[in-house]
Ligand binder design. Structure first.
Ligand SMILES: Cc1cc2nc3c(=O)[nH]c(=O)nc-3n(C[C@H](O)[C@H](O)[C@H](O)COP(=O)(O)OP(=O)(O)OC[C@H]3O[C@@H](n4cnc5c(N)ncnc54)[C@H](O)[C@@H]3O)c2cc1C
Length: 329
């Protein structure tokens, strides 16, 4: 009989695990969201689109480069040749044109396109929030938020953040805290769409001396359609301090901040929305293998946070765990 594995979370780490596990294993992925991508998310609103999670990614390892090659040839991943600046609040202190060699990539036409493409080859159940995982007759049973149950899984993969592991994993074992105790910092993304584009001489900015840490002209990324759009992100520190602030006040504050940084009144927007990432990124680089496998319990944990807050780390975590499982299964 085919072995069955349930993967909770269909971000890049869960999808990479599913893609590289032996083909004679049946894999089912469950995700609470209605769209693909996890933190490599894209939001489409009226005439605008916004990558409100990961902004771009870099490629440091041969494994990731090899994995991306077919998606690059299909145009699902494309280099982003942005004019990049570093801003000290509203003053440019450094500028650089990103080139093919500098290696900054995005999903196209959306950041979520890469995950969507991988997911097309997998059994993914969206809109399915797993709330409980229990051992039943030596196999795993999963319960969702509508109290539907699916069972008969030999292994279960937690491809979610530590806070989500904490919520779902209602059983104890030695070393559990390794999977639940890491804290990811918060971040607010502000999305602004404009009827009329305004002149900018850069497309991506790292900002210091501000409550914003990043600003990009989202509509300048390759393959994007729709109106002129800006995506800015708060610093983790500001988001953590203001995690309970009303969303209207967060929006107002970040728009005021952005107006000052750009020296343009962005209150002329046609569309504005804030997204709160409660668990955006792990603060420090982690040591270790980049995943967790417990062969006695038959549980696995993957995710960027096993390494650091990078798209490439999410890939490596899922990939390495699958390769290890292929050896031990
Ligand atoms: C604001 C922001 C900016 C970033 N910028 C960059 C960047 O510029 N460059 C870069 O390389 N990286 C960046 N990152 C990090 C990058 O997005 C992540 O490293 C990567 O997407 C993590 O993938 P993952 O699979 O580990 O986790 P996720 O993408 O978080 O996947 C976890 C999935 O689990 C699902 N889930 C959670 N709980 C449940 C449940 N109970 N039941 C079912 N499903 C569940 C979630 O919906 C999600 O889809 C950024 C992240 C954020 C949030």
């Amino acid at each position: 009989m085919k072995k069955k594995i349930a993967v909770i979370g269909s971000g890049l780490s869960g999808l990479s695990f599913a893609k590289f596990i032996r083909s004679d294993v049946e894999v089912h992925l469950f995700d609470k969201s209605r769209g693909f991508g996890g933190r490599m998310a894209t939001r489409r609103e009226s005439d605008y689109q916004f990558d409100h999670g990961a902004q771009y990614f870099t490629v440091k390892t041969t494994k990731f480069k090899t994995f991306l090659a077919p998606y690059l040839s299909k145009g699902i991943v494309q280099p982003w040749l942005a004019n990049f600046v570093e801003l000290d609040r509203n003053k440019i202190i450094h500028s650089k044109k990103w080139t093919i060699d500098s290696g900054h990539y995005v999903g196209a036409p959306y950041m979520s396109s890469l995950c969507r493409e991988i997911a097309n080859e997998q059994n993914v159940f969206l809109n399915t929030e797993i709330t409980k995982v229990e051992k039943k007759n030596d196999n795993w049973e999963l319960t969702d938020s509508n109290n539907n149950k699916v069972d008969g899984y030999d292994w279960v993969v937690f491809a979610v953040t530590p806070q989500h592991v904490q919520n779902i994993m209602q059983f104890n074992f030695d070393g559990k805290s390794r999977l639940t105790s890491n804290t990811l910092s918060a971040c607010y993304s502000i999305m602004l769409g404009f009827k009329n584009a305004f002149q900018m001489n850069w497309e991506a900015a790292l900002v210091t001396n501000s409550h914003l840490g990043w600003v990009s002209i989202n509509s300048s990324k390759p393959g994007r359609q729709g109106g002129f759009s800006i995506l800015a992100q708060s610093t983790n520190i500001w988001a953590e301090k203001n995690i309970n602030m009303d969303v209207e006040n967060v929006e107002k504050h970040l728009i005021d901040e952005l107006s000052d940084i750009l020296k343009v009144d962005v209150r002329t927007y046609d569309f504005a929305r804030v997204h709160k990432w409660r668990y955006a990124n792990i603060k420090q680089k982690q040591k270790g293998k980049g995943y967790y496998i417990n062969s006695a319990l038959k549980i696995i944990s993957v995710g960027d946070w096993h390494i650091n807050a990078r798209v490439e780390s999410a890939f490596l975590s899922g990939y390495k765990a699958a390769k290890k499982m292929n050896e031990i299964m």
